[in-house]
Design a protein around this ligand. Structure first.
Ligand code: AMP
Ligand code: MN
Ligand code: MN
Ligand code: MN
Length: 279
């Protein structure tokens, strides 16, 4: 497949995005995206609507998901799956298990927030999420902004929800091997999401890339929404060194809430093999 402006990572209201799948497709077309993947967190429930809307709009589309993974010493990393059969029972069962932990985790987050004076956060976050199995920290962040404790979600993460802050609770997500295996079983390729977002040492970072490569992982987001030019150079080097395909990703969640709009990222360095070369 050929693409100039591929965007292989974004979120809809089926996880913590602000736009329904069909509205995302419309926005992608308006922004000149020529290949899109919808990658909701641990959930493929938006893909049928996205496929239908993309077909109607004539926008090339691939299936996607962003799987939450626990790795190393209580770190969370995200693995994006692309181009799989979203009806695959093994993949669906795995994702359902991962989602199954979110509701209880949300209860614990709300308890911690209540201790620092933010009451009613479970109900408040659920109102934004719609579904207890999909409650994420983003929904808590929106509630905390609504309550007037902070001007925007970024500030909420800095004060309450990032690791080490009062509303952060540790949680067991999928194993790295499980996430890669579910994606492969369903016929897709696995991609390390936003490598610049993990607070890992240089050695831990390399261990993650090596472990992922050993498990048969295929790609890395060389260009992702918040990445700086320096990070893009770094991750291009990682793609070359580890023999990984390069992905390009906005991680768009919604107007006003994301660093980067759909398709509005830097281009991939031209010597890299893009993930879509294989399709
Ligand atoms: P969760 O899966 O519930 O841990 O929520 C993770 C989500 O929170 C990510 O997918 C982002 O949408 C959002 N998020 C994480 N860190 C930040 C941040 N520093 N600023 C804004 N949003 C963030
Ligand atoms: Mn998110
Ligand atoms: Mn992510
Ligand atoms: Mn994402």
């Amino acid at each position: 497949m050929n693409a100039q402006n591929a965007d292989l990572h974004c979120h809809s209201t089926v996880s913590d995005g602000l736009l329904p799948p069909a509205a995302l497709i419309e926005r992608a077309v308006a922004n000149g995206v020529d290949l899109l993947a919808l990658t909701d967190h641990d959930e493929v429930g938006g893909l049928d609507a996205a496929i239908a809307a993309a077909e109607a709009a004539g926008l090339p589309f691939v299936t996607g998901v962003e799987i939450s993974v626990s790795w190393g010493d209580d770190q969370t990393v995200h693995i994006v799956g692309l181009g799989f059969d979203h009806r695959h029972p093994g993949l669906r069962a795995g994702l359902e298990r991962v989602r199954g932990g979110r509701d209880a985790r949300a209860g614990r987050i709300a308890e911690e927030l209540a201790k620092v004076g933010i009451e009613g956060a479970y109900e408040g976050a659920l109102k934004y999420a719609g579904n207890p199995a999909l409650i994420s920290r983003s929904h808590f962040a929106r509630y905390i902004v609504e309550r007037g404790f902070a001007p925007d979600v970024k500030t909420v993460f800095e004060h309450w929800l990032a690791k080490g802050k009062p509303g952060y609770v540790s949680h067991p997500w999928a194993e790295l091997a499980e996430a890669v295996d579910w994606i492969h079983a369903a016929g897709g390729i696995a991609v390390i999401a936003h490598p610049g977002r993990y607070r890992l040492s240089a050695a831990e970072r390399r261990a993650l890339y090596a472990a992922f490569k050993d498990l048969g992982g295929e790609g890395i987001e060389v260009v992702s929404g918040a990445a700086t030019a320096e990070e893009i150079r770094e991750f291009a080097g990682i793609a070359r060194e580890f023999g990984l395909l390069a992905s390009r990703a906005s991680d768009f969640h919604g107007p006003g809430e994301s660093y980067t709009d759909l398709g509005r990222m830097a281009m991939l360095p031209s010597d890299l093999t893009p993930v879509w070369a294989a399709w």
